[in-house]
Structures are given as C-alpha cells and as structure tokens.
Design a protein around this ligand. Structure first.
Ligand SMILES: [Zn+2]
Length: 117
C-alpha cells in the first residue's frame, strides 16, 4: 500500500508549512491526482483517515481529491487527446503510436486551508 507512504509525505509537508504559518488546525487539503499516478483515491482517503486520527492538527481536516484525466499528445499530427483506459495509447486522429503523455502523472498538493492562531 504505497498510498500510506504518499499520505505520510503529504501530511509531513502540510505539517511543516502549517507550523511555519502558525496554523493550529488544518481544515482542508486539496490533492491533484493523475489517473496514471498509480494512487487510488479511495486508498488515499483510507490512509488519510488513519493518519489524521493520530494528530490533533489534522483531526478536522478533509481530504479533497481532484482526479486528472490522462491526456496525450501525438508526435505525428501534434493533436492532443484524452485516453479513457490506460491501455491504448494510440492517436485517434492518425492512429500513430508515437504519443507523449502530457497529463495524468501528477500527484501534488494543490492547496490547503487552516485556521490561524
Ligand atoms: Zn496523431
């Protein structure tokens, strides 16, 4: 379950930032998770619930996840297109297989909100 390690890292980053900014209570964390990032939103939520129970700073925090579609750009005709299933990476316009993934691998904290003290 690498989602636990991911959440641990995310909590660490938010904790450091919250301490620096005198935030005593984190209310919302927004994550951007690409569909190719190999992290399942349900598993991230599950891991987050486990971690937040142990730390007062996060007791009331809500994890929001924005999923990003997989988008590729074709090396042949330069058009971009969304990929529904992560199996067929072929350009729907010219059937070329030389495509580059331009979105879908991201996993980062978009923002977080808290109460200052
Ligand atoms: Zn193409």
């Amino acid at each position: 379950m690498h989602e636990f390690a991911l959440i641990e890292g995310i909590i660490g980053i938010v904790r450091d930032s919250a301490l620096q900014n005198n935030i005593r209570k984190v209310e919302r964390i927004k994550l951007v998770v690409g569909k190719l990032s190999m992290a399942l939103p349900e598993s991230l939520q599950f891991a987050f619930e486990a971690f937040k129970a142990e730390e007062e700073l996060f007791h009331h925090a809500v994890l929001e996840i924005e999923e990003k579609e997989i988008v590729c750009s074709c090396g042949q005709c330069n058009r971009s297109f969304a990929v529904e299933d992560s199996v067929s990476f072929i350009c729907p316009w010219c059937a070329s297989g030389s495509v580059e993934i331009i979105q879908g691998r991201e996993l980062y904290i978009d923002c977080y909100e808290g109460e200052e003290c």
